[in-house]
Design a protein around this ligand. Structure first.
Ligand SMILES: Nc1ncnc2c1ncn2[C@@H]1O[C@H](COP(=O)(O)OP(=O)(O)OP(=O)(O)O)[C@@H](O)[C@H]1O
Length: 374
């Protein structure tokens, strides 16, 4: 088999320390040609610092940056941003106000001439601004400015595109369309893309791979599907959506809950366990003279609760129920045609295949623990 090509962009053991605070901590990441990776995480976790180090506008305390297998920054050398074959796009677009659109796009091209004009024309056409070449940035809407910034960053055909929250300045109504268009253009151009965002929906929509960051580290790296469906700990599950957490303690490899026992092998007796489920994976049924549905392998046992609050959200309703057993309040989403009154008794069950079981003491210790079938 031929050897795999070197990654387009490789960050190896990157660390950045400011005033004794480690804000990027031994982070490694590699991106192949045409791959879109989203650095996702809460504010202050080190996403932008990582991107700035890849760009070369900031230097790491330790570690190496390589493009196509060539080290461009380590303890000895540090190639400046303009020599890295990297395109940059930041939140504020930073267009040059005194240059028209065509000149803004041409800015990163070394030479002028017909080939440069052709590339500018081709890109303006591609971003839907073919007739905008002689306009100035202040004459453009936010969405148009974003597209000019994209065309400018792509003009020199960078091998890597680095984007820091590039859509956050845009109106909500525009954002989805522009994201999709931008993604299509980036895929056509074939650059490896590293995009910073703190919005899970944006990462799910854009990324081939999501690198979830926390406190300067990548804690999980996977496709949107895998990271959503197999989060490595409670914090990772919570980052993508609201979750219910049902606490319990292990006894002889099982954890009892109001919904029946869960298998929690490999944990000591007395260990605290969180059983985690998203609101859309609870099932609701009516109370029939004090009885609920019979247990099934899919749902385990049903447990009764009273509606505390129900909110109509359009296509679905969010219902909060105080459970009779265990005293917890759980949230379930159900089709919006149903809006139960507070105080109503309903039965709840958990889709067992959608439950995550985590050790409460040590995050990420037991993502593989299995739900029992009854
Ligand atoms: N030049 C600097 N000097 C000192 N500390 C800094 C500097 N730049 C960033 N930091 C700190 O490093 C940490 C990480 O910052 P960074 O901007 O990388 O986070 P982020 O994940 O991109 O956050 P956000 O989503 O809010 O932009 C923060 O605590 C920040 O205050």
């Amino acid at each position: 088999m031929p050897p795999l090509p070197a990654p387009r962009l490789a960050l190896a053991s990157i660390t950045r320390v400011y005033d004794r605070a480690t804000v990027v901590d031994d982070l490694s990441l590699s991106l192949q040609e045409g791959q879109v990776t989203c650095l996702l995480g809460p504010s202050g976790c080190g996403k932008s610092t990582t991107l700035r180090i890849a760009a070369g506008v900031e230097r790491q305390t330790a570690g190496t940056v390589a493009v196509d297998g060539v080290t461009i920054s380590d303890a000895q050398r540090h190639l400046p941003p303009e020599r890295r074959s990297i395109g940059l796009m930041f939140q504020d677009f930073a267009l040059f106000p005194h240059l028209d659109v065509a000149a803004n796009v041409a800015f990163g091209l070394r030479r002028g001439g017909p080939r440069s004009r052709q590339r500018v024309g081709e890109l303006l056409e591609r971003v839907g601004l073919a007739c905008f070449g002689d306009k100035f940035p202040h004459q453009l809407s936010g969405g148009e400015q974003q597209r000019v910034a994209l065309a400018r960053a792509l003009a020199p055909r960078p091998r890597v595109m680095l984007m820091d929250e590039p859509f956050s300045g845009l109106d909500n109504r525009l954002r989805d369309g522009i994201r999709d268009e931008t993604l299509a253009i980036l895929k056509d151009e074939g650059a490896a893309v590293l995009l910073v965002t703190h919005e899970p929906e944006e990462a799910m929509r854009m990324a081939d791979t999501i690198a979830l960051m926390r406190a300067g580290r990548v804690v999980q790296e996977a496709s949107p599907y895998n990271i959503y469906n197999t989060p490595r700990d409670l914090a990772a599950a919570r980052f993508f959506s609201d979750v219910n957490v049902i606490g319990g303690r292990v006894s002889q490899g099982r954890t009892e809950t109001p919904f029946g026992p869960f298998l929690t092998p490999g944990l000591e007796d007395g260990a605290a366990v969180d059983i985690v489920i998203r609101p859309q994976h609870l099932r609701i049924d009516f109370d029939r003279a004090g009885q609920g549905p019979a247990p099934t392998p899919e749902h385990g046992s049903w447990a009764r609760g009273q509606v505390v609050r129900a909110r109509f959200m359009g296509s679905e309703s969010l219902v909060e129920l105080a459970m009779e057993q265990g005293g917890m309040v759980l949230r379930a989403t159900i089709p919006g045609v149903f809006l139960p009154r507070p105080g109503k008794s309903l039965w709840l069950a958990l889709r067992r295949d959608r439950c995550f079981v985590f050790s409460a003491a040590a995050p990420a210790a037991t993502p593989g623990a299995q739900a029992s079938k009854n």
